[in-house]
Design a protein around this ligand. Sequence first.
Ligand SMILES: Nc1ncnc2c1ncn2[C@@H]1O[C@H](COP(=O)(O)OP(=O)(O)O)[C@@H](O)[C@H]1O
Ligand SMILES: [Mg+2]
Length: 470
Amino acid sequence: MGLSNKELPKLGFLYMDYVLRFFDYSNFKGWPNKIETVTYHWGNDKDRFIKEVKKKKIDVLIGNVPATAYETFREIARALPNVRFIPSLDTQFSNKSKENVTRFAWKYDLPIPKTYVYYNRPNADKFLKKTQYPKIVKKSYGPSNYGGYFVHKVDSYKEAKALFDEKKYHPMYFQDFVPMEADIRVMLIGHKPVCAFWRRAPEGEWLTNTSQGGSMDYMDVPKSVLDLAVRVSKSANAEYWACDVAYGKDGKVRILECATAFAAFPYIRDWIGQYIMWSLSKGRFRKPHMPMFNWEELGKINPDLLRTMRHITFGAFNPSYDGAFFGKKKKHYGEGEVFLHELDKQYKVYDVKPRTFEEWPSEKWNYQDKFSLKNLKSMKVPALKKNEAPVVSEDESIPAVKISNEDLETLLTSVNGLGKKKLKKITNRFSHQAIVNILENEPKILKDIKGIKSDILDAIMVVWNNFKKN
Ligand SMILES: Nc1ncnc2c1ncn2[C@@H]1O[C@H](COP(=O)(O)OP(=O)(O)O)[C@@H](O)[C@H]1O
Ligand SMILES: [Mg+2]
């Protein structure tokens, strides 16, 4: 079963000078062929990098692209249409900036704090005069994540104005303040949660980042948080993924951050390597078994020791083997109690397949370079031309097309070849509003769903357009 050495794709690691390496050979233990490396040297290195990838005949290029190289790598990926990037540049869209995280969340109707993005500073100023406080102001784009260093709470227009005068963040990016219990980091591989922990703010503080002295623990991460993280990972079509979820005092969950670049113990990177090997070899290499809530147990290990532990393997649940830990342990989860191994069926490891089109082309989505502030001396930057500089708030994502849930489901299942089963697959993955957004903006995304091919998609678009006409 699976591919022979000769049939396996040729792998390469994508490295960058001055950037910590997420993967190396040891994460891909057992891969029988040579793994190439290609290093990006910054500056004017695009063409040389492309040539090297071609010369080495690499089929799959594995690694994260940092924010500051993101746009260059979109160009590189375009010049290498036959190379699969893992994760794809579309999946890494959220790595670039907070604005991109927000746009991604709007498209897929994923819950986030209400967010405002202004490239037009005079308009933002008008808005800040009349809005309610507190607001959280953030720097959207930066060379890396500074754990709250570029995140500020403002309690009045005066404070907001003073902050933007001083910091000159561009775009002007801010959110409603959400009172929260804690935030929760969830890491996923093939859309399955493999590690999760709480981060709580120190007494009387609002920043939940542990880099600011808060605490963390691995126990009893709620179902609503894990379910949201899975939805986010599926929407991004991510082979591996991390998501910071705010757990509000109102009990609601909202995304704060998500990305493919994150700090992870080596054993997690080993699991990602094994997962990729499994996926690329058509099953020749074993899919890693990463039991749900393993992190509650591994989290008890001294972190210094855990950092040195490699290639952690778990056996799958076997009913005939008496005393299997993960088989006997029951856990409070969601509404009731479950056996841990039952959760492994609920949270599957998916074999993520690449999309066949560009979802976030820079011509459209790179607002930052289109509307850069070249000569920023004060807040009194001349207003950009009307219908240029985007002013966007969450309202943008309210669909122009109104349709009830029932009507949408009837409409979809009226398509030949789209029955209850496929409908379930669609609604498991996307919310009602996300489906509407996708039908309006990027119907091709539905082809990600198993069993939905071009003919079915064409038929969906026919009934959708008919519906809109009436
Ligand atoms: N809208 C918000 N309301 C309340 N607290 C927030 C909000 N956004 C962020 N925070 C707090 O600020 C921290 C840092 O924000 P985050 O968006 O994660 O930026 P960073 O890139 O600096 O980590 C979060 O962990 C959270 O504690
Ligand atoms: Mg953060």
